[in-house]
Design a protein around this ligand. Structure first.
Ligand code: CDP
Ligand code: MG
Length: 680
């Protein structure tokens, strides 16, 4: 490998914006729109904005251990940087590894890079994700999910196989990204020959530069490089008074825009699927009220099928305007062509730790300023554009600069398990990029102790602790699985877990009449024991009916999600048989045993029926309500229930609810319920 001196090396001055996309749409399909698709692959590569920076990237990496690379979506970071490194010979120093937050992106990127190189996947370019890999002795460029690299650390703590690691999409700052960055910092200090590239669409570059610096180095460890994209000016508009209903306001703004503004497509940001569909229906009503609306409405959210998502990338028919109603999936992870107008509701749905209930709940919160800027930027990709903020200028000025990273706002038992498995003794002193609040860490340690995963010294227990660290589910689900082996109901519990890993299998149509039909159809599966046993029933009925689309249509079920759950179930069964030695037996219809097993995982999330007629969390007394989508919503109230998840909207709602008996708590978790009084 020779050294390289670029002709122009522009010093980095301005700070890029940080962090915006929430992690809620984690399952989002990664999408690429390629304006140059009719050119040859090599010519496409040459035209990417990153091409001009190739020499600078190589130069920076030669002189610094850490390179922070910032560039708009589509500029070529994920596909080109690994190839530049390979072409320059970096692979002679070890593997070139690229981590991605999402599985789908890992596969599509690896395939794309192999295709650009005119090779088959698994030759120079390979990938590894859970349950799937294309990786051979020839492979030098390895795409993988963040979880895979974390797992490799268990066997090879210094990642000695690697010469360069690229942490892609770092702006998402999800839990695994941050854990990985903390661990990589430790490794970089021990291995001066390892290089790290932090790559992102929007990033607080200075923040990372500061994190990756340590005393004693004779020159800065890290350097920042921004790839300039082509951006046009965007004019900002605000409302004069705060609006009461941003979904309705979004629709009205889109409609007015359509009446008044010259051609150009519209992109509106809402917080979730429900809102997107509500806005779509409202807008359809406007369209139906006129003769020639010339407006095409397209929803866009993470759980949509890939083909449906693809439709937002097509140009609207001639003479028509396209309006895309999206969640924050459209903020950084993809670029929709044709957008000139953006409507920003000003809100985002986030998973947040609620200290009063000691668990996460989904909450709708104002966006950060970084997000608002990122959303505005979507209007200026094609030509000068306009952004309509559905909040006042004062509210805009008062927005928090950036959204807190996931580690600072989440339940931490998964992170603690990971770090414990890697031999980190004192978690409170671990060098996190943004340290989480100590009380959240303590709550996680307490939960893991209650689940019997940690001993009194805070060490992982054998076998429960190690198993919980290894299994790819939340600590409580993993505990439930472990106990199911002992109780003889693992077959059913594995099905329930698989069903909980996918998006809802119940279709909830938009129109009131269809909704009613759907509710009636779902009653076929519903049981008084609650949502998890109901899911088991759905699965059995689907399998019995031959897993057909017709069956799903008839019973208002979502075929795609059910099918995915069945695939996952098979993979899980294989994994558990092969690796974990959990005895797989069926309880043969003993529903009480199942509910007991569910209690063994979720005994820290119990609510009891207070004499005033509301549910209260047993450990805190906080009032909780059963979610309207739950099976138990319309049934007579049970005295004790466990729940899987909380959702904060107008109230704190419980989801994934199961009816239990009080005496199971003291029987299954005597260590926990000795201290907490079980109330009547
Ligand atoms: O990582 P970044 O968003 O900067 O860009 P990239 O993923 O490297 O993609 C660069 C370009 O390659 C895109 O703008 C697309 O034109 C093209 N591409 C594609 O056509 N198909 C893919 N699967 C990935 C990228
Ligand atoms: Mg990328």
């Amino acid at each position: 490998m020779s050294t390289l001196k670029p002709k122009f090396l522009k010093p980095e001055t301005d700070d890029a914006i940080t962090d915006s996309a929430g992690h809620e749409e984690a399952a989002a399909t990664s999408f690429v729109f390629n304006t140059n698709h009719n050119l040859g692959l090599q010519e496409q590569r040459e035209r990417l904005p990153i091409r001009k920076y190739r020499d600078q990237i190589l130069y920076c990496l030669e002189h610094h251990q850490v390179l922070i690379l910032v560039g708009e979506t589509g500029s070529g970071k994920s596909t080109q940087v690994p190839q530049y490194l390979y072409e320059w010979g970096w692979h002679t120093k070890g593997l070139i590894g690229i981590t991605e937050p999402r599985r789908v992106a890992t596969l599509t990127l690896a395939n794309r890079v192999a295709e650009e190189r005119g090779e088959l996947i698994g030759a120079t370019v390979g990938y590894v994700v859970r349950f799937m890999e294309r990786f051979t002795a020839e492979t030098h460029i390895k795409f993988m999910t963040e979880g895979i690299l974390l797992r490799e650390l268990l066997a090879d703590p210094l990642l000695t196989q690697y010469g360069v690691i690229i942490v892609d999409e770092a702006h998402e700052r999800n839990m695994l990204t941050d854990l990985l960055l903390g661990l990589l910092k430790k490794i970089l200090r021990k291995r001066s020959n390892l290089k790290l590239i932090i790559s992102s669409a929007t990033i607080d570059a200075s923040f990372f530069a500061e994190f990756f610096s340590w005393p004693g180095a004779d020159q800065p460890i890290s350097i920042k490089l921004t790839i300039e994209g082509r951006m046009h000016e965007v004019n900002h508009y605000y409302v004069n008074e705060p609006c009461a209903d941003y979904v309705r306001e979004t629709v009205e703004t889109a409609w007015k825009l359509h009446q008044r503004e010259p051609p150009g497509d519209i992109l509106a940001f809402l917080t979730g699927q429900d809102e997107v569909l509500e806005a779509r229906d409202l807008l359809q009503e406007y369209i139906a009220s006129t003769e020639t609306a010339n407006l095409k409405v397209l929803p866009m959210y993470g759980s949509m099928s890939s083909t449906d998502q693809l439709s937002v990338f097509f140009t609207a028919p001639k003479g028509m305007r396209k309006v895309v109603l999206a969640t924050n999936i459209a903020e950084t992870s993809l670029t929709i062509p044709g957008i000139v107008y953006v409507i920003d509701s000003g809100y985002v749905k986030l998973k947040c730790f609620n200290p009063s209930t000691c668990s996460d709940s989904l909450v709708i919160v104002p966006v950060s300023k970084a997000s608002a800027i990122q959303r505005a930027g979507r209007a200026g990709r094609l030509r000068p554009g306009k952004i309509f903020h559905l909040y006042t200028r004062q509210d805009y000025d008062a927005l928090a600069p950036r959204q807190p990273p996931e580690l600072r706002r989440s339940e931490l038992s998964a992170a603690v398990l990971q770090l414990k498995a890697l031999g980190i003794k004192n978690i409170l002193r671990f060098d996190f990029p943004s340290p989480p609040p100590a009380k959240n860490l303590l709550a996680a340690l307490e939960l893991l102790y209650a689940l019997n995963a940690l001993d009194v010294d805070g060490e992982l227990t054998q076998p429960v602790g190690y198993l919980l660290a290894e299994l790819p589910f939340s600590a409580m689900l993993s505990k439930m699985l472990f106990v199911s082996g002992q109780l003889g109901c693992a077959e059913e519990i594995i099905t329930i877990i698989a069903m909980l890993q996918v998006q809802s299998v119940f279709s909830r149509p938009a129109s009131a009449a269809a909704q009613q039909m759907g509710r009636i159809a779902h009653r076929h599966f519903e049981v008084a024991e609650g949502d998890l046993v109901t899911l088991l029933n759905v699965h059995s009925a689907f399998v019995e009916a031959g897993m057909t689309k017709e069956f799903c249509g008839q019973y208002y079920l979502i075929y795609r999600n059910l099918k995915r759950a069945c695939e996952l179930r098979e993979q899980l069964l294989n994994l558990i048989r092969r690796k974990y030695g959990i005895a797989i037996f069926s309880c043969k219809g003993d529903v009480e045993l199942l509910c007991k097993c569910i209690t063994a995982g979720f005994f820290t999330q119990v609510a009891y029926l207070h004499h005033s007629g509301v549910y209260r969390q047993i450990s805190s007394g906080v009032e909780l309500a059963i979610h309207p989508n739950s099976t138990l919503y319309t049934l007579p109230a049970a005295k004790y229930i466990v729940y899987g998840e909380l959702l904060q909207t107008t109230k704190l709602f419980m989801n994934q609810v199961t009816v239990i008996r009080q005496e199971w708590l003291t029987e299954l978790a005597p260590h926990y319920y000795q201290q907490t009084t079980v109330r009547d």
